[in-house]
Design a protein around this ligand. Sequence first.
Ligand SMILES: Nc1ncnc2c1ncn2[C@@H]1O[C@H](COP(=O)(O)OP(=O)(O)O)[C@@H](O)[C@H]1O
Ligand SMILES: C[C@@](O)(CCOP(=O)(O)O)CC(=O)O
Ligand SMILES: [Mg+2]
Length: 385
Amino acid sequence: MHVGERFVSAPGKAILHGEHAVVHGKVALAVSLNLRTYLRLQGTASGQICIHLPNIDTFRAWDVAALQPLVSDRKGGTSLVERLRAFAGVAEGSTDSGNMAVLAFLYLYLSGFAGAQTLPSMSVRVWSELPTGAGLGSSAAYTVCLSAALLSSWHVLCFSWSEEELTLINKWAFQGEKIIHGNPSGVDNAVATWGGILRYHAGKITPLSRVPLLRILLTNTKVPRSTKLLVSGVKDKINKFPSIMVPVLESVDAVSRTCELTLREMATAGASAQQYDTLEELMDINQHHLSVMGVGHPALDTLCRLTLAHGLHSKLTGAGGGGCGITLLRPGNTTHPHHTPVLHTSSVRSAGISEHTSLSLNAALCDDISISLSLSLSLSLSTQC
Ligand SMILES: Nc1ncnc2c1ncn2[C@@H]1O[C@H](COP(=O)(O)OP(=O)(O)O)[C@@H](O)[C@H]1O
Ligand SMILES: C[C@@](O)(CCOP(=O)(O)O)CC(=O)O
Ligand SMILES: [Mg+2]
């Protein structure tokens, strides 16, 4: 079997409210970023599968013939993931970047071509503008790219993706996220697939059609962390202290809902200073809740403290434990001239197809808190009213 060439890309995301709580069935609000992950797939006649992941310094190659026996379960009773772990020598519970990325790739590749008489040989390269493991959904952008490219090369999809096909891309990407995250909610792969700003609740994806223009500063603390470990730490805490943690999750849910309502009112009747006060208080409340869940970090505390000294309010975004924080800017705050609000098309894309038009955060990512503040790098969060 021979496959042609594919080129796809998918955006990262920022979570405004609801990270972690969303894993436990609560509401989250998330928005896609103008920072993307790109994938090029080329069919070859080399008899090999090669994957090149420059962001995480990983290059692996296998003979197709060595992978073929993994397709069917000859040993009986083992899952494809278990067979792949044994094949690739990856221990259960490993959080190594390269191992996780390779397992997710092999899983999607073998699942997709399981029905083919022979596995196709190919070379896949994935690169990204997103920092890896910093809370901006790089894992989901990676698995959405894999899913979209592989589904296209299975000839399941044509080039112009319908809603049904995007749903299929999202579904397979979720399987890949499971390998990287352990227990993902699905919000990240939904945003990477559809783009725009959306509400995610227990698997239900609702695009928000009316929200105001907001400007948000994004700061990378550069403290490395693993979403998988943080998500499982929160679960342990809920199991240990259910009567304490369940109300915290309920409160985060109420924060997301109140934020959604406030954004809708701002879009309808115009933004007032009181509504900005509300958005800022919601960020403070949520940041404290996330610290209670055990996913704070001294670097994130520093971000909150330094921005507050400038009258600005911040919270972590994504899994926390380091990674990125978001800071809400008021209309009067100065912005960097190169980062004025811009409308961005953002969803999973295939070269040459018409894109789904939605708006996203125009991300200006800053790696240094003090530089970030002095430049007042701005992001624009906007969607159509
Ligand atoms: N560009 C990429 N190339 C290869 N693997 C990637 C890439 N981006 C993300 N990943 C995979 O996703 C993991 C990071 O996921 P995660 O801990 O959820 O952080 P994030 O907040 O960036 O999603 C990496 O360790 C790697 O396995
Ligand atoms: C913590 C969580 O809510 C978001 C994780 O995002 P990220 O992998 O840190 O970008 C987990 C999830 O929703 O699957
Ligand atoms: Mg992730």
